[in-house]
Write a protein that binds this ligand. Structure first.
Ligand code: GTR
Length: 423
């Protein structure tokens, strides 16, 4: 019996839901030293763009790959883009709509994801575009009856009768408030959306049901400790969408902004770091494992996120549970991987779990890399007041009033920022 108890205790995660007490008190943050963004692993001072691009950037990217998000397997799977719907003058003549099935094949298996695209109907040349994931299915982003409903897993949504993870017709248009599509189109941008569950359902099943199995080597049944989890897979989906944009002559693939909220903000950052074809990167309340500095341990922590969402990051990331000081990289270095491209970091006052100040500081601490390019990163080291965006530099930031959400206010700021760089 004693032995059994011991086994039980050993196999328990370090903490459970009930035990975790987030810290929100700045005075209780333990002292920490962030890894130096401008000193290489071999202690070389990184003093110019050349050294950044040849030495430090690849080094940091590799550390994020092996220690945080996990690297994508080298194995190439076949990807086909099948145009399943083209409609001119959709949305009362405002947009052209396209729906593309991305079909992935590997290891004798096939997996597919639906990409929904609206482009301004009035356009004289290829358009700039926002790309991102939605949480509940493409058909939830607008009450357009012709948006296809994908078969794959969605999170339950009891108010529209989703209890079994299957999307239904009643959920059409339920998330319209998060996607001001008419506004985006009117301002001259296209928008491309995918449901993240199409690429990898968001629960821990040992990586059997999403795209991961297509990449397994002979005898492999789950990603290796330094290989990708779900965030890595979702980032891969965005990169494939970018491959599609390169082929579509109505889209200017050199002017694509990748945007994501929350776990999908972590994803947009990771996609932007991996693929420099994304001309702008937007993180909305991405928090722990996104824009927030992990060593601050405010709100959600590395140990907590890895316990509740064991499938999001690489297994190696568990080494830093309650051990943030050992991290060879922190999240300001992720922001710096976007340089010299523009990045928008957005927080909400009512979202302390995501550590708004830690998200702001990532922008501050990433700015020296922008300096190397002779470009201003964040324009100030002072945290701005609520609803006062700072966006004069190439790193923009706001903390809006209200809760954890993606709102019209957030989009207004992203569009204004995009106007500076993508128009
Ligand atoms: C929370 C999680 C956050 C954030 C959020 C979301 O439960 O702790 O890191 O990702 O979910 O994606 O909505």
């Amino acid at each position: 019996m004693k032995g059994l108890l011991l086994i039980f205790l050993i196999s328990c995660p370090v903490f459970t839901f009930a035990q975790f007490e987030p810290n929100y008190d700045e005075s209780k943050i333990p002292d920490f030293i962030l890894p130096d963004i401008l000193v290489s692993e071999s202690k070389e001072k990184i003093s110019n763009v050349d050294k950044w691009e040849k030495i430090r950037r690849p080094e940091i990217l590799e550390l994020f790959e092996s220690e945080v998000y996990g690297k994508m397997p080298d194995r190439i799977v076949e990807v086909k883009f099948q145009v399943v719907d083209i409609k001119k003058s959709a949305l009362d003549g405002l947009a052209d709509r396209k729906q593309i099935k991305m079909i992935f094949s590997g290891n004798g298996k096939e997996h597919s994801a639906d990409l929904l695209i609206y482009l301004p109907a009035k356009r004289n040349s290829p358009v700039p575009l926002f790309v991102g994931y939605n949480f509940y299915g493409n058909h939830t982003v607008f009450p357009d009856p012709d948006i296809l409903i994908s078969e794959s897993w969605v999170d339950n949504y009891p108010s529209v009768g989703i209890f079994d993870h299957k999307p239904n017709e009643l959920s059409r248009g339920i998330r319209t408030y998060r996607w001001p599509i008419v506004n985006i189109l009117t301002r001259g941008y296209g928008i491309a959306l995918m449901h993240y569950g199409n690429i990898d359902p968001d629960f821990d099943d040992g990586f059997q049901n999403g795209i991961h199995p297509l990449f397994y080597e002979e005898g492999q049944s789950k990603p290796a400790p330094d290989e990708w989890g779900s965030i890595g897979a979702w980032a891969y989906g965005l990169i494939q969408a970018m491959n599609y944009f390169e082929e579509d002559k109505d889209i200017d693939h050199t002017r694509v902004a990748v945007m994501g909220h929350s776990r999908l903000g972590k994803t947009s950052l990771w996609a932007g770091a991996l693929d420099e074809r994304f001309a702008m990167v937007i993180s909305n309340e991405s928090g722990c494992g996104g824009a927030a500095i992990s060593m601050r341990r405010i709100g959600e922590t590395v140990g907590r996120i890895n316990t509740v969402f064991p499938h999001w990051f690489s297994d190696n990331f568990n080494k830093y549970n309650e051990n943030e000081d050992a991290l060879p990289v922190d999240q300001h270095m992720l922001i710096a991987l976007m340089a010299p491209r523009p990045v928008y970091i957005a927080s909400a006052k009512g979202d302390p779990w995501a550590d708004p100040k830690g998200e702001f500081l990532s922008g501050v601490y990433a700015s020296p890399v922008y300096d190397l390019y002779g470009i201003q990163g964040l324009e100030t080291r002072e945290m701005p007041l609520v609803n006062q965006p700072i966006s004069a530099g190439s790193i923009a930031y706001h903390v809006r009033s209200g809760e954890h959400d993606l709102t019209y206010y957030d989009w207004e700021q992203f569009l204004n920022f995009a106007d500076r760089f993508l128009k």
